[in-house]
Design a protein around this ligand. Structure first.
Ligand SMILES: [Zn+2]
Length: 319
């Protein structure tokens, strides 16, 4: 039970006026976390670290841990990868709560949200090629962040020269947005300047990852997102999009990435090996070490999770 709820019950049962604290959404909504793998291949060491951190944080908060299969980018989906990921999680003792959602089954929901933004006058078509976007940003003297060239809004007032749209963008507010990340601290970004108006629907008709993630987290009532630092730069734009839709942005924690011997992010594109589920404790200990913790003196999967949850609580001062 949350402190706020307890006080409400006391007020009702005793009729003594109590001063209620001002709860933020993160303290009054029950903790709901999630793991959202894209089924482009089996889990590898890098994705296991992200799964582990979100699982531990949910369990440490006595919260729910949901699973979402991010198969919106259909050309990248590998056949059977979702089934393999679920089996890997089970073998590692990571049990999820509630029903799994597949993004590919939610297209009508995304279309409704897209229509909502369109009715708000926030969507416009853009005919710019990748090359044009880069050269326009360069001419405007905008370097962008993380090598990402911002879109300068070339087609905001309409597409010139009767060309067809290659994508549909949403108008982002020109303002600095700040959030506090539980791992890396405070971050501020003006999305309109650093990124520009975001693509929400692609030329091939697929809704953009940045849009559907925001809708999914809202619909699943996610209060806390724990994920890798490769997604840190996406957070301000996702939160701004959430606010435009009237959603409350979740609390964030971005954990360090697991790098290979050459300093590259471990990923399916970099041919990372699938995790060894035949030796689950060893695989779990390796992911645990990647999060900066010492090896736990345990021999079974259940003992691993008990000890890891306790250590996580202590490390992050979770009641
Ligand atoms: Zn354009």
């Amino acid at each position: 039970m949350q402190p706020g709820q307890l006080l409400v019950i006391l007020t009702l049962s005793t009729s003594v006026p109590l001063i209620l604290p001002t709860p933020s959404h993160t303290t009054c909504a029950p903790y709901t976390g999630r793991f959202a793998p894209s089924p482009s291949g089996p889990l590898h060491d890098g994705s296991l670290v992200a799964a582990m951190a979100s699982f531990l944080d949910a369990r440490a908060h006595h919260g729910r841990w949901l699973l979402r299969i991010e198969d919106i980018d259909t050309p990248r989906v590998a056949r059977d990868a979702d089934r393999i990921i679920l089996s890997q999680l089970r073998q590692l003792g990571m049990r999820w709560d509630g029903d799994i959602i597949w993004q590919s089954q939610r297209l009508s929901r995304y279309a409704d949200i897209y229509q909502q933004l369109d009715r708000q006058g926030l969507i416009y078509g853009c005919a710019c090629t990748r090359h044009e976007i880069a050269s326009n940003a360069e001419q405007a003297g905008l370097a962008g962040e993380d090598g990402e060239r911002p879109y300068v809004g070339t087609c905001r007032a309409g597409i010139a020269g009767g060309r067809s749209p290659r994508a549909w963008r949403v108008r982002m507010p020109d303002e600095a947005y700040s959030f506090t990340d539980r791992w890396v601290g405070e971050r501020t970004q003006n999305v309109a300047q650093a990124v520009g108006d975001m693509i929400v629907k692609r030329a091939d008709g697929l809704f953009a990852y940045q849009l559907v993630v925001v809708v999914d987290d809202h619909d699943q009532q996610v209060t806390d997102i724990v994920r890798g630092q490769d997604l840190l730069s996406s957070t301000a734009r996702q939160h701004q999009l959430a606010r435009m839709l009237g959603f409350t942005p979740p609390r964030m924690m971005h954990i360090p990435l697991v790098l290979d011997g050459e300093g590259r992010k471990l990923s399916k594109q970099n041919h990372a090996q699938a995790i060894d589920v035949h030796n689950p404790v060893k695989s779990l200990q390796r992911a645990w070490a990647a999060l900066g913790f010492d090896v736990l003196p345990v021999n079974t999967v259940n003992d691993f999770w008990d000890a890891a949850v306790a250590a996580w609580r202590q490390r992050f001062n979770i009641g």
